[in-house]
Design a protein around this ligand. Structure first.
Ligand SMILES: Nc1nc2c(c(=O)[nH]1)N[C@H]1C(S)=C(S)[C@@H](COP(=O)(O)O)O[C@H]1N2
Ligand SMILES: [Mo]
Length: 258
């Protein structure tokens, strides 16, 4: 990657700014009504309701902390699978993933198989975030990729789809790696399919050629080596029912919020 990736498309300031604007809009030009105690009470109740809703929303939709370039560590350790041994993956890696595709199907209007080159030429975003693994380590890295919403809009996800299941190319002791997230995380402004790390194409250890970044959750949710995303109504019907490899194998929490 020779060009410099632009910074995150949606900054914290932009998010806070839009919320501030919405709140300000509610409070202008109502002096006459404000003199009426009944109306004031109505407003107060509405405000409380808004706060509850907003807090609940912000809890899931707030942005993960972004760091400065000087905070980037020397490398992000490779954890879990470091080199998939599966023959299909090995074959693809040998050609520099020239024929890698990402299929998006299930509950979508237009099931699509994206070529890697297509994905790399889509609008990109870059963010410097901290990866936290349950094993007790964390690492700050700069991730570049396509916002997942761009892909979801292209395939037109159906309203009946409530979760995305990420199918990976690597098989571990208990079976293929997979993960799942809900539509709130899928549509989060920092959720992306990343293809670069620290300004270089994604190394194999970190999930080449394509891995999920879902910044408000712990490391095991960030599926590496993703080759298929399936939109489903219920993740409990896939694989072992837990919604992810470690959820099935070791009872990890399905929602691993941080
Ligand atoms: N396909 C696949 N994805 C995976 C794993 C894996 O073994 N296979 N390990 C998970 C775990 S536990 C962590 S902490 C991160 C590690 O990402 P990294 O190798 O880039 O540090 O990937 C996650 N995604
Ligand atoms: Mo992890």
């Amino acid at each position: 990657m020779t060009d410099k990736a632009p910074s995150s498309i949606l900054t914290r300031r932009a998010l806070v700014g839009s919320l501030g604007l919405a709140a300000g809009g509610l409070l202008t030009g109502c002096d006459a009504l404000n003199a009426n105690p009944g109306w004031r009470e109505t407003l107060r109740l509405a405000e409380t309701g808004n706060m509850v809703v907003q807090r609940a929303m912000l809890g899931r939709e707030a942005l993960a902390r972004e760091y400065a370039p000087r905070d980037i560590g020397r490398s992000v350790p490779a954890n879990g699978t470091r080199i998939p041994a599966d023959s299909d993956y090995t074959r693809q890696a040998a050609t520099g993933f020239a024929d890698w595709t990402l299929a998006i199907d299930g509950l979508v209007e237009k099931p699509t198989r994206f070529a890697l080159g297509q994905i790399r030429s889509m609008p990109r975003q870059t963010q410097i975030t901290r990866h936290d693994c349950v094993e007790g380590w964390s690492a700050i890295g700069q991730w570049t990729g396509v916002n997942l919403s761009v892909l979801l809009d292209t395939v037109a996800v159906k309203p009946s789809a409530r979760y995305l299941v990420f199918h990976c190319a690597d098989t571990l002791r208990a079976g293929p790696y997979y993960e799942s997230i809900d539509m709130i995380d899928a549509r989060h402004p920092q959720t992306m399919m990343a293809w670069a790390l620290n300004g270089e194409l994604l190394p194999i250890g970190n999930g080449a050629p394509l891995r999920l970044r879902v910044e408000r959750q712990l490391g095991y949710k960030h599926a590496k080596y993703v080759r298929r995303i399936e939109a489903v109504a219920d993740y409990r019907l896939s694989y072992g029912g837990g919604g992810g490899y470690w959820e099935d194998a070791a009872d990890y929490e399905w929602y691993a919020g941080i």
